[in-house]
Design a protein around this ligand. Sequence first.
Ligand code: MD3
Ligand code: FE
Length: 226
Amino acid sequence: MRHDPMHPTTLDLFADADLEQQPRREQIGEQSYVLRGFALPWFDRLLPALHAVLAAAPFRQMMTPGGFTMSVALSSCGTLGWTTDRSGYRYTRHDPQTGRPWPAMPEVFFELAQAAAREAGFSDFVPDSCLINRYVAGAKMSLHQDKDEGSYAAPIVSVSLGLPAMFLFGGFERSDKSQRIPLLHGDIVVWGGVDRLRYHGVLPIKDGVHPRLGEQRINFTFRTAG
Ligand code: MD3
Ligand code: FE
């Protein structure tokens, strides 16, 4: 009776919950981690803050220096916002579309980014930029390095929300083999130190409907840009 699987004791239930729990922190590189579900408890506070940012700085598609329109739509908050146009990639203090300063980074964004960085071994992360990427079905980001920041000393924190994505985590040359890492709603990835200049990208998003965010994936990329 005590070991009837249909009648687990309270202690058995705790034991099972423990066994079935996914490892919360996956190491994917020497100084790179995926924090599974880390943003989930923050989501209800992130959403209204996101809407306020987007009311001031709506999503827009930008052009690469090479003349291609990015499939991902962008916005930013924080002191510095990443932009691209025919003259190049850079960080600006003003939204080129409105001429106004980028919206301030909501406190809840900053706190989440700092908590995630700490969990990955980077204490005292002070992001001054949050790029907000919006992917609809088919949108992708080709392999690239993040090289537009003033220093590579700080880590980068990436928060995935909405539809799932297959993230490509490459090496230090474009031709190096990439790991494929599925990222789900609420997952956070943190990179820094020796992994800061690794190539990375996102495969085309598959269509679908997320119960909280609909037909899109939204990614926050926190950086110390200045
Ligand atoms: C790996 N965005 O906007 S950050 C980007 O899902 C960008 O939208 C990704 O790459 C996205 O530039 C999420 C992923 C990232 C950022 C920096 C890295 C991965 C990195 C630095 C080193 C290695
Ligand atoms: Fe990037």
